[in-house]
Design a binder for this molecule. Structure first.
Ligand code: FAD
Length: 512
């Protein structure tokens, strides 16, 4: 039978390693590549929207080169599909498996609608290295709660599948995409302005979205073979002025880059040569991703505290003022404020920078729930990813996975480790750029004359610290101990190192 297929792009915005797209093109006489812009479904901010539109334009361009086009339709999928099935005479619908619970609900509803319209549904795994369902089945339906446990399950499954071949014109032989001359008006990729964003108000366009940019970025990194082989995540720097890790995360999140393609390209670079190992290697980073995806797929209410069986129940404060100061980079701690400024303007920050600001917001200093931080990241990160964001916030809030809650990042000392002179702070907080290195992390300690010479009076041009770190972290440590004692899962350190001691001896295990 010759099918009339819709391939529904959601994540997976690419032609390479897209088995569901290949399935759509098989025995197909009519193909509609579709993307649904559902305004109700996500909290993405301006930078992430720009990235998405870039990715859609890139996809449309690549499809056009093969004589096809992308159809962008606005609305809620459950309402859009019945109309499209009828209008396009659809017999088959294909899409990539999405493991996130809200997405699964949506997909189940769409699959039911398809069945009612006599449309066959094909779903393929390609957003994760492994089929999450298989991994869970291997573990009795439960998510492994440690990285080592996940690794041992994956070892029994063997290496991840190789990527599927990229879609080419040959796959589309005999397959036609019906397009009108009004296609751009009816189904074109909208502009940022049409989505209510003013491009002039946006941050620098450092990471253009799309498969073409993703593959170019991957190629550029894979050429740095010694760097790839020597990559150890804890040795990369949160304060470097240009990224010290790959910044492939936005591309992986939107599926402009296949994680399996990334895995196997790394494998080629590793072949026959000594290289770093998980958890700190680049393969190791992709396994962290797999770890949080597996957890997110099966643990109820994974992105929340209440109703989440692995999450410590904590009496976080409801403090909108602290939350706002943190979000806006107005805490009075330059290292924290510089990171949040980078996040707001560029949409990406280093992993350890995420550690620093997440710890500061939650158990370190402000005692605001990790769920609030998660929502801010969801809006501001280009790579905001439901499973990874929730899993990492659970970790940093010492609410699951990571229990060494007595390890607290100092908002002063941590940045100094890799950037004594504060070049990173000077870049993102130009108001502080003329402070001497001695005071750049603690400008409130500078004598008035120094502040005047720097052209910045603390309390007038830049805020005073919102809390006193030492006192706040000691107090919070007590609250965290109480929360753990209440749960009855107290796992105290044998000799109970102080916060200050922990700052000095921060273990690498913390830097997952
Ligand atoms: P690289 O070091 O180059 O790693 C390569 C890839 O491995 C990344 O692109 C990513 O896909 C994966 N990876 C790396 N570190 C992790 C990790 N800790 N957990 C899971 N996968 C990882 N990452 C997101 O992609 N989306 C998020 O929403 C997100 N939220 C986070 C929230 C907090 C509080 C923290 C501490 C971390 C969060 N991370 C998130 C994980 C991590 O910080 C980013 O994946 C990483 O910094 C992205 O930069 P990169 O591509 O240069 O990473």
């Amino acid at each position: 039978m010759q099918h009339s297929s819709i391939h529904w792009f959601r994540k997976g915005l690419r032609l390479h390693d897209n088995p569901a797209l290949l399935a759509a093109a098989t025995d197909c006489c009519r193909l509609h590549p579709l993307f649904i812009l559902d305004p109700s479904s996500n909290r993405a901010g301006a930078n992430a929207r720009r990235f998405l539109l870039d990715a859609l334009l890139d996809l449309d361009g690549s499809l056009r080169e093969m004589g096809s086009r992308l159809f962008v339709v606005r609305g809620c999928p459950q309402e859009v599909f019945p109309c499209l099935f009828r209008a396009w005479g659809t017999t088959r619908l294909t899409f990539e498996v999405d493991t996130e619970p809200p997405a699964r609900q949506r997909d189940t509803a769409v699959a039911e609608l398809a069945a009612q319209h006599g449309v066959e549904v094909i779903q393929k795994v390609s957003h994760t290295l492994y089929d999450t369902e298989r991994v869970l089945a291997l573990n009795g339906g439960k998510a492994p709660l440690t990285y080592k446990h996940l690794q041992s399950l994956l070892t029994s499954l063997g290496p991840p599948e190789k990527p599927a071949p990229a879609l080419t014109q040959e796959h589309l032989q005999g397959c036609h995409t019906p397009c009108q001359t009004s296609h751009d008006t009816d189904y074109g990729v909208p502009t940022l302005e049409e989505l209510g964003q003013n491009p002039a108000e946006m941050g620098p366009h450092l990471y253009p979205g799309g498969e073409t940019a993703a593959l170019a970025r991957l190629d550029a990194h894979m050429e740095r073979t010694a760097w790839v082989r020597g990559f150890k995540k804890p040795e990369t720097e949160p304060t470097s002025l240009s990224p010290s890790t790959t910044v492939l995360s936005p591309y992986i999140k939107f599926g402009c880059l296949s994680v399996r393609t990334f895995w196997w390209r790394l494998d080629e670079v590793y072949q026959g040569r000594e290289h770093s190992q998980p958890p700190v290697s680049l393969h190791g980073q992709l396994l962290w991703r797999e770890f949080f995806y597996t957890a997110g797929a099966s643990i109820p209410n994974f992105d929340r505290m209440v109703g989440n069986p692995i999450c410590l129940q904590v009496d976080w404060d409801d403090n909108p003022q602290y939350l706002r100061a943190w979000r806006e980079g107005q805490t009075g701690y330059p290292f924290i404020d510089a990171i949040m400024t980078q996040l707001r303007s560029e949409g990406w920050i280093h992993h350890l920078a995420r550690h620093a600001v997440a710890c500061f917001l939650t158990r370190g200093d402000l005692w605001v729930s990790w769920e609030e931080g998660l929502k801010v990241f969801e809006e501001l990160l280009l790579d905001a990813d439901w499973s990874l964001n929730a899993g990492n916030w659970l970790w940093l809030g010492s609410s699951a996975f990571f229990h060494r809650y007595f390890h607290v990042y100092s908002p002063v000392a941590f940045g100094k480790k890799t950037d004594r002179d504060g070049a990173y702070i000077r870049k993102y907080l130009p108001i502080l750029k003329d402070f001497p290195a001695e005071y750049i992390y603690e400008p409130w300690k500078a004598p008035r004359a120094v502040q005047e010479r720097a052209g910045c009076l603390v309390g007038t041009h830049y805020p005073r610290p919102i809390v006193e770190h030492r006192a706040a972290s000691e107090r919070n440590l007590g609250r965290m101990k109480a929360a753990r004692a209440q749960k009855g899962t107290k796992r105290e350190p044998p000799a109970g190192p102080s916060v200050a001691e922990s700052r000095r001896k921060k273990s690498k295990a913390e830097q997952h």
